[in-house]
Design a protein around this ligand. Sequence first.
Ligand SMILES: Nc1ncnc2c1ncn2[C@@H]1O[C@H](COP(=O)(O)OP(=O)(O)OP(=O)(O)O)[C@@H](O)[C@H]1O
Ligand SMILES: [Mg+2]
Length: 142
Amino acid sequence: MNTEKITTHSFEETENVGFKLASELKLGSTVLLLGNLGAGKTVFSRGFARGIGITEQVSSPTYTIVQEYDIPSGGRLYHLDLYRISGVESALAFGVDEFIDDPEAIRLIEWPMRIEGILPSDCIKVAIEHVDDTTREITIER
Ligand SMILES: Nc1ncnc2c1ncn2[C@@H]1O[C@H](COP(=O)(O)OP(=O)(O)OP(=O)(O)O)[C@@H](O)[C@H]1O
Ligand SMILES: [Mg+2]
């Protein structure tokens, strides 16, 4: 396992970390986004989406649970926010397995521990820690 630590000093820098990771991943990958409310998971996701060529506006899936985007070079990006999902049972009732199992997709999952039992085994973990107003420590494990 490889661990990388990056400190960012603005939301733009966090977007850039997402952008760079996206350019290294293949279809079938799953990225778990860990960190408290307001850590920067959605900011990271916005940069990530740009990094795989998505030009549409990327909005937070807090209320919709999932946002789906077509990747210009093929496949789909699923951006999930499971904050409002209580556990595996309600996630499956929502139909989360359709998004988890799609081999032609890349997944970004905010609040993934809600469905810990059904996550793929080979996920990339991105943990974002709030240091102060504008500083975040990002740890990428893969
Ligand atoms: N270095 C930084 N990196 C990322 N975001 C930052 C940074 N500095 C300040 N911010 C601000 O922190 C907030 C991060 O919000 P964001 O919606 O990305 O959080 P989140 O982790 O997705 O929260 P939630 O769990 O509620 O979905 C934004 O308002 C952003 O501008
Ligand atoms: Mg968010």
